[in-house]
Design a protein around this ligand. Sequence first.
Ligand SMILES: [Fe+2]
Ligand SMILES: [Fe+2]
Length: 187
Amino acid sequence: MSRLMKELQRDHKRIDRVLSLLEAQLDELAGDGDPDLALMQDALDYVEHYPDLVHHPREDVVYMAFRRRSLDANEIIDALLKEHASMPAMTREFRELVDEAVNDALVIPRETLVNKGRRYTKAQRSHLNTEEGLLFPLLKATLDADDWEALEALMPAPRDPMFDAELGRYSQLYAYIKSRETVAGPA
Ligand SMILES: [Fe+2]
Ligand SMILES: [Fe+2]
């Protein structure tokens, strides 16, 4: 498999781990438990700074290259590109809601946070599943070694600010994700 395809799939596994963390916190919120809102803020901040900012724009370039080779997945690609365009605002909106809940500037009912959060994680998962289940197999079957080489020349390997940097801005979040998976087993 090409280096780029591996990177995109590795990103998906990482995004899945972050979504699982958000879902677990939303379950805490829904069940009158003790959610860690600061952890949710960190998770959403990470999504804004890597998946939304780096991962999806890289996919856009690959999808356009695929489109030059085949029109087979046009509708799927249109839908995914549209989602990519709207995802940063979606993440920001939910993050701002969590920020407000933390700052208590507005008293936000738990139910609102849970509903908005679940809508958010559901949309993220559905996007991921469409890519993994429908489009990525077509990319692998259609793009040849020269295509991948050209794409890789355009896009050097990125640095994930959490998973490629144990120390730093997301170190607490990373430690939490790892400890949770040690207890529950990887998602
Ligand atoms: Fe995507
Ligand atoms: Fe993706």
